[in-house]
Design a protein around this ligand. Structure first.
Ligand code: GLU
Length: 297
């Protein structure tokens, strides 16, 4: 069996909030339970959303929760050369192409909104850009090959026809930033990540990432998407909605454990982590048997 390598990959737009702490804890627990290693990668490719100092804050907060990475932290902002190389490879193979369409042009062209709320790219520039290239897109494989069947250890089998949900998606954005989909796929492979454990909000990105792995000849990791933490109105907590930062420590960890369906009552960070870890294999089994009751929303 190949070695388990897990990771937590926060975008540094703010400090940790209740939802991101759940992803941090869940990915840490899964790595520890498999006696694997746990990495932290700062996903600061989105230069407009990244907030200076948020990376250091996140790392301090993780340490205050007893969550220490096993290897030096990676920053995506330092990884541009590898992303460039991946894009170049795709371009050379005809699997990526430049695109001159602006958002407005796509609106005017009547590009439909897919089931996930994103505009489905109609393929306007597939045979060559109509003007100055702005962005670079993946050329999806034709027909059934664009329909990805994949497995999540909690959500079960998922089917996503990417040609109908988003179409040829962006690899490098018009503002020059690398797209999350490309950066995450290149880095997960470069770091030897075997298991991706993250929030359920990212399940809708997984099929795109698998198509990109296939196009680049990279392995597909195992996936586990964790329950999302919701606010009193039932909305997902996210940094962009200004969710309150957690106060790292035993209480925040107890709450994160509860969101994962674990009972941790310990007073110290160490006790909470030990209790949660002892319960994790059973929790995971329940999820994979489909016997889980989702935590109250
Ligand atoms: N950087 C992403 C986020 O903070 C997570 C990426 C991932 O885990 O794949 O939402």
């Amino acid at each position: 069996m190949s070695r388990y390598v897990g990771r937590f990959a926060p975008s540094p737009s703010a400090g940790l909030h209740a939802g991101s702490l759940v992803a941090a804890l869940g990915s840490w627990l899964d790595a520890r339970a498999h006696r694997g290693s746990w990495l932290v990668r700062i996903e600061d490719v989105d230069t407009r959303r990244s907030v200076p100092g948020a990376d250091g804050l996140i790392l301090r907060q993780l340490a205050q929760c007893g969550l220490y990475p096993d290897e030096p932290v990676w920053w995506q902002s330092r990884r541009g050369a590898d992303y460039e190389q991946a894009l170049l490879r795709l371009l050379q193979q005809g699997l990526a192409y430049p695109c001159s369409c602006s958002r407005r042009e796509l609106e005017l062209a009547g590009a439909v909104i897919g089931p996930g709320g994103e505009r489905v790219y109609p393929g306007t520039c597939r045979d060559g850009p109509r003007g100055e290239p702005r962005a670079w897109r993946l050329r999806l494989p034709a027909g059934e090959a664009a329909c990805v069947h994949w497995h999540c250890a909690r959500l079960g089998t998922q089917v996503d026809a990417v040609d109908r949900s988003v179409g040829d998606f962006v690899l490098k954005r018009a503002d020059g930033d690398w797209a999350y989909q490309l950066a995450v796929v290149v880095d997960d492979a470069a770091q030897g990540v075997s298991d991706v454990v993250r929030g359920e909000d990212l399940a809708s990105s997984t099929a795109r990432q698998i198509l990109l792995q296939r196009a680049l000849g990279l392995p597909t990791p195992n996936y586990l998407h964790l329950p999302l933490v919701r606010d009193e109105q039932g909305r997902k907590l996210s940094k962009s909605e200004g969710a309150a930062a957690v106060r790292p420590g035993a209480q925040a960890l107890r709450e994160a454990a509860r969101a994962l369906g674990l009972q941790a009552t310990g007073d110290s960070v160490q006790q909470v982590l030990e209790q949660a870890l002892a319960q994790w294999p059973r929790r995971r089994r329940q999820w994979s048997q489909g016997a889980h009751a989702l935590p109250a929303r």
